[in-house]
Design a protein around this ligand. Structure first.
Ligand SMILES: CC(C)(COP(=O)(O)OP(=O)(O)OC[C@H]1O[C@@H](n2cnc3c(N)ncnc32)[C@H](O)[C@@H]1OP(=O)(O)O)[C@@H](O)C(=O)NCCC(=O)NCCS
Length: 392
């Protein structure tokens, strides 16, 4: 609490402190996903995440999140085709991405591209019209194209056009690397997309819901969500995990590195979670994928960091377990399929965009403007000094 707040508290009527970071406050009823932080479970529309990731294609999971049931063969085919056919971006977006500063943060490029998409929306929508699946498909299918175009534009390389004959994950790798991924890499990224697609009322999803609750357009809601995801306490961590591993370099350096960073009160990226009080269930699956796909030396280093950080953090915080979160092994999986480090968060955005759209649709289906209250804890009854020298 700041000294001003403390001082004013003493002159105010008693007030109860607001729950910091809205921890534990339920802000919506949702049928999209459920997190059981104690048991370490994540459920999408009734299905445990382990029943879905790598078991059915990511597009089927996206359909489940949006529509509410697992698609049948024909529904999946139509949905997949629709996503594939909307991958092409408009000339305006292409021009913007090519001319964006090469050193720009790729997530800023994606956020701005979505904002520009809002200047050329498909015709016929009135503010407040419920978001139809076509709108969502049109928007999120273009995320990988924007990201991959920027990757090539900033390296002065030729742009790679999207393909329509391969799945969402395979096309993403193809557009970034120029090569259709191996089955193993496609499987790893497809599973990653499923695992990251939704996660209860996380900060960016809440941003999207708050924004759309004003009955603005979906572009604005996604711009708000992407901006929220950017922070290192939310989606900005996986590249920092990778940087940390590269800085630690060898297993022998793990303990001294962690000890000195914890001594300086620095956070270890890829550990801890607001809700999970046990291992993040996504981390378990990602660890397996990382083991299967990354080089053994990097995997061994990451495992050592996991083991040591868990030991040191539990000594420092016996009151709460601090295990690996989704970002820790994501960094290895994304690196192994050929995604550049600073494209990790845009890749996260690309997966989470499907969850954002699901929540936007749900919010609009029974909308009420988000307008919480705040408790004023500042001073009251102040008067300006007479003859103040800044008075007119
Ligand atoms: C994700 C995160 C923001 C959730 O935190 P939270 O539940 O809001 O917990 P708080 O920020 O209130 O932290 C509680 C305590 O645990 C400590 N802590 C939490 N995560 C930590 C970490 N990764 N490394 C070191 N200490 C950590 C905090 O320093 C704090 O200690 P204090 O009470 O002595 O000040 C937090 O764990 C974090 O910053 N992790 C690192 C970033 C990261 O991996 N982000 C990706 C999230 S998916």
């Amino acid at each position: 609490m700041s000294s001003l707040a403390r001082e004013s508290a003493s002159i105010q009527s008693p007030w109860s402190p607001a729950p910091r970071g809205l921890e534990g406050i339920v802000v919506a009823n949702t049928m999209i996903s459920k997190i059981d932080g104690k048991a370490g479970k994540l459920i999408y529309r009734g299905y445990d995440i382990s029943e879905l990731a790598g078991v059915i294609p990511f597009e089927a999971v996206a359909f489940l999140l949006w529509v509410g049931h697992v698609p049948n063969k024909m529904e999946l085919e139509i949905f997949r085709k629709s996503i594939a056919e909307h991958r092409q971006v408009s000339d305006e977006i292409k021009e913007f991405v090519i001319s964006a500063p090469h050193e720009a943060n790729p997530l800023d490029v994606l956020r701005t591209a979505v904002s520009i998409m809002g200047l050329y929306p498909p015709p016929k929508r009135n503010p407040g019209d419920s978001v139809l699946i076509e709108d969502g498909v049109n928007l999120v299918s273009q995320f990988p194209t924007v990201i991959a175009y920027f990757q090539h534009a900033r390296n002065d390389e030729e742009l790679i056009e999207p393909r329509t004959d391969i799945g969402h994950a395979a096309n993403y790798v193809y557009m970034l690397t120029g090569e259709v991924p191996t089955k193993e890499h496609e499987y790893a990224l497809d599973s990653y997309f499923t695992l990251l697609a939704d996660h209860g009322m996380n900060a960016s999803t809440f941003s999207a819901r708050v924004t759309i609750s004003t009955l603005t357009d979906i572009y604005s809601a996604l711009v708000a969500a992407i901006g929220t995801l950017k922070g290192p306490l939310h989606g900005g961590a996986p590249s920092k995990v990778w940087d940390m591993l590269m800085e630690i370099r060898s297993e022998g350096n793990v303990t001294p590195w962690l000890t000195s960073h914890l001594k300086n009160k620095e956070r270890i990226m890829g550990f801890g979670h607001r809700i999970y009080r046990t291992e993040d269930p996504r981390s378990k699956i990602l660890k397996k994928l990382a083991k299967e796909n990354s080089d053994p030396k990097t995997f061994a280093l990451a495992s050592k960091v996991e083991e040591e950080a868990r030991r040191l953090l539990s000594a420092e915080h016996p009151e709460r377990p601090l295990d690996t979160n989704v970002e820790f092994y994501s960094s290895l999986v994304l690196n192994s399929v050929g995604i550049p480090t600073d494209m990790f968060t845009p890749t996260f955005a690309s997966a989470r965009s499907f969850g954002w759209i699901a929540h936007i649709m749900e919010q609009l289906s029974d909308n009420r403007l988000y307008r919480p209250a705040s408790e004023y804890v500042g001073p009251l009854g102040l008067s300006l000094p007479k003859n103040s020298d800044i008075s007119d």
